[in-house]
Design a protein around this ligand. Structure first.
Ligand code: FAD
Length: 235
């Protein structure tokens, strides 16, 4: 069973205007699988705030664990925003079955907003482990400024020619040349002509995950065994 461990902040990385990654470390970082999540416990001024957060680094990126939070007005978010290098916090890990370890040859990731975090871990893992998996990511956000890990994914795409990325914005600015709207069955068919051969990994707010699952089973007629999901309850 995962136990609580005290960790120290190694680095704080601003990903977007309202998304921050926190890298933490402790002695003997435990084995975890790409895509798993942790319990993060913050105790500012004798308060106690906890949230489930996915691990956004890959097990192959050693020496630290990274979690990435969309900052809101909540007390947890405010306490997280105050974290600086060397501050201490508590985590409990690893949890979760939304994982990928090279089982399938062709996969598609459908992600909404901050739901990209476990996917970022998995894609990096696929590249570092040289699984050769054909990966197609469709990543939906409201605006260009909301796209988390944009440069990181751009670099991964340069490094790995079996990674394709499609960004889609629901509130695009006039200079946006990419796709607009939300992910629907027509778009999936257009981006993924071989969708029948793929396993679908979906992560985002519960509403998004439910509607994606419905599209894949009802409109694309795929079996539910072809779908793996993680619900970011709380959004
Ligand atoms: C497996 C898993 C992985 C997650 N990974 C990430 C991640 O990588 N990055 C990230 O930003 N978020 C992640 N989340 C969501 C995260 O745990 C928080 O729920 C979310 O960030 C909102 O918290 P908040 O403090 O910003 O807002 P709040 O204001 O606390 O939350 C908004 C509303 O949601 C309610 N709420 C909060 N948490 C939950 C919950 N777990 N279940 C039901 N209702 C809830 C609150 O009561 C409030 O009404 C994950 C959730 C799960 C379950």
């Amino acid at each position: 069973m995962p136990e609580e461990v005290a960790v120290k902040v190694k680095e704080v990385i601003k990903r977007t205007h309202n998304v921050k990654s926190i890298r933490v470390f402790h002695d003997n970082i435990k084995f975890f699988k790409a895509g798993q999540f942790m319990r993060v416990i913050l105790k500012p001024n004798n308060k106690n705030y906890t949230r489930w957060l996915s691990i956004s680094n890959s097990p192959t990126e050693e020496g630290y664990l990274e979690f990435t939070k969309k900052l809101t007005e909540s007390d947890f978010s405010k306490a997280l925003d105050e974290l600086r290098e060397d501050n201490e916090l508590i985590i409990k890990y690893p949890f979760g079955k939304f994982i990928f370890g090279g089982e399938f040859e062709k996969i598609a990731y459908l992600s909404g907003g901050i739901g990209i975090t476990p996917i970022r871990s998995m894609v990096k893992y696929i590249i570092n482990k040289k699984f050769g998996t054909d990966v197609h990511l469709i990543y939906a956000n409201m605006t260009r400024a909301d796209i988390a890990f944009k440069e990181d994914f751009d670099k991964m795409r340069e490094e790995y020619d079996k990674l394709k990325i499609e960004h889609i914005l629901s509130k695009a600015d006039s200079e946006w040349k990419g796709r607009c709207g939300i992910i629907d069955s027509e778009m999936i068919k257009e981006c993924l002509p071989d969708y029948k051969e793929r396993k679908f990994y979906i992560c985002g707010p519960p509403g998004m995950v439910t509607s994606m699952k419905k599209i894949i089973t009802d409109d694309l007629n795929l079996k539910k065994e072809a779908i793996f999901t993680e619900n970011f309850a709380g959004y």
